[in-house]
Every structure is written in structure tokens, then in C-alpha cells.
Design a protein around this ligand. Structure first.
Ligand SMILES: [Zn+2]
Length: 258
């Protein structure tokens, strides 16, 4: 009886061979300190115990795929903590980009527009996180490119924790939302102005779509090409360091200066 209870209360674990497979498959994790790796392993195990990773479109996710998805979802909250992933319970994994049907009802004109769309990922407030495995694999094959689908969608999830998708997530201790909105808005406006002037954007121009996409896209850079972000938008890089990495202050894929 007590052995059974202890087993039930023990924190979930991720088996060593599975974790080694994750470390080999996700190159940026090799840059984490051994302590940070252990922390991520514990978070990933908790993720797998608490959230369902369901296949769709004919995909039946293998344990290895689930473990990789769990680690990628937990990497952004490595220092923030697992509770930042609260309010949703499922990841839906498609084999490749999935088709969705969009519908918009314009209240003023009464016009309903509908169109098909192809997506690599989508985050619903309180709902599932939807990901394309093919796009995750492409990120893993080129992990320092500035593209990081899962970091992008997790940023949307963090953003929506306060009920609105506006590019401003709840603030961790030590960070003030006024400072956040001032810095992000200024950088967003600069990017939009550069694009309008016909100049080449220093980061993926999709960031200029809306403030919530700006946060999601700059988060991708923070977790896959922080040096590029630091050069292009030093103030945004500094802010994201304080948001995602309140303890160590560096992107997990950035080595501390000697
Ligand atoms: Zn997005």
C-alpha cells in the first residue's frame, strides 16, 4: 500500500535512453549546463504526465516524438517554471502542415469571409497547441536558423495567459509591463517603418504582422539565433533575456562570455 502510494506521489521521470535520444535530437540542448539539462528533463517528464500529445492526420506519435515535443515546449519556461504552461492540456501533432478553414465575420459590413489556410502551428487560448511534425523536424535539422516553431507557439501560449493575445504576457518578478510595452512597441514600430520604406527587415518580416506575432517571432530568434537578435534589436534581446531567463540572463543557446 505505502509502496504504491509513494510511487503515485513520486515525480514523473523520463527514462535515461529516451532522454539521451532527446539530447541527441535537439542540438541546442547540448549547450545547456548539466543542471539546466536535469531541470529540463524533470519538466519534460511532468509535461508528458500532465498533457496529452495526440496524433492527427494519420500520425501516431512515437514515445521519442512525444519526448522531443515535451522538451521543446518546456525549454522556453525552463526558468519561469512549469506553471507558465497552465490552462491547456493537449498537443495535437500533424505529420506536416495542416489545412484549416478560416472564417471572419465583419460586424460592420455583415460580410463573412472564408478561406482555406495552411499552418505549421497554431495556439488556441485554453485550447490545444497544434504542431506540424515536419516543421519541427526542419527546425531540428537547422537549429540555429532563427526559426523555432515550438518556441513561437509557446510564446503565443504565454502571451494568452492573461486572456488577451496582444504581445504582452504576464510579467515575471522584476519586469514591469510598462517597460515591456514601451520597448516592444518601439521595436515593432521601427520594423514596420523599415518595411514600409522598402528596406530589408533584419528579422523575419512576419514579425510586423501584429504585436503578438512580434513577440512570437522574436522569441524564435531568442531560442535559435540570439546573436542575430542581439545585433538587430539589442533592447528586445535584453528584455527577452530578463523575461525568459530571470536567473541566468542568457538565451539557453548562448554561451556565457568567458
Ligand atoms: Zn504566430
Amino acid at each position: 500500500m505505502w509502496g504504491w502510494l509513494r510511487k503515485r506521489l513520486a515525480p514523473p521521470e523520463l527514462a535515461e535512453p529516451l532522454w539521451q535520444f532527446v539530447l541527441q535530437s535537439v542540438p541546442p540542448l547540448g549547450l545547456l549546463s548539466p543542471e539546466a539539462q536535469a531541470q529540463l528533463r524533470a519538466l519534460s517528464a511532468r509535461f508528458l504526465a500532465r498533457k496529452a500529445i495526440t496524433g492527427a492526420g494519420g500520425l501516431q506519435p512515437e514515445p521519442e516524438q512525444k519526448a522531443i515535443v515535451a522538451a521543446l515546449c518546456c525549454l522556453p519556461v525552463l526558468e519561469l517554471g512549469f506553471h507558465w504552461l497552465r490552462g491547456w492540456h493537449e498537443v495535437i501533432l500533424y505529420p506536416s502542415a495542416f489545412r484549416v478553414h478560416r472564417r471572419h465575420h465583419d460586424e460592420d459590413s455583415g460580410v463573412v469571409s472564408e478561406w482555406p489556410d495552411e499552418l505549421a502551428g497554431e495556439a488556441w487560448e485554453q485550447g490545444p497547441l497544434i504542431l506540424s511534425w515536419q516543421d519541427i523536424e526542419a527546425d531540428l535539422a537547422d537549429p540555429f536558423s532563427g526559426y523555432a516553431l515550438v518556441a513561437h507557439e509557446i510564446a503565443h501560449k504565454l502571451d494568452m495567459l492573461d486572456g488577451v493575445s496582444d504581445g504582452t504576457p504576464p510579467m515575471p518578478a522584476g519586469l514591469d509591463w510598462r517597460e515591456w510595452t514601451r520597448t516592444m512597441q518601439a521595436a515593432y514600430d521601427r520594423l514596420c517603418a523599415e518595411l514600409e520604406a522598402g528596406r530589408e527587415a533584419p528579422i523575419d518580416p512576419y514579425a510586423a504582422e501584429a504585436p503578438d506575432e512580434f513577440f512570437a517571432v522574436t522569441s524564435e530568434y531568442f531560442f535559435s539565433a540570439p546573436a542575430l537578435l542581439e545585433q538587430a534589436m539589442p533592447d528586445v534581446h535584453r528584455l527577452l533575456r530578463r523575461f525568459y531567463r530571470p536567473a541566468t540572463g542568457l538565451s539557453p543557446v548562448q554561451r556565457a562570455p568567458p
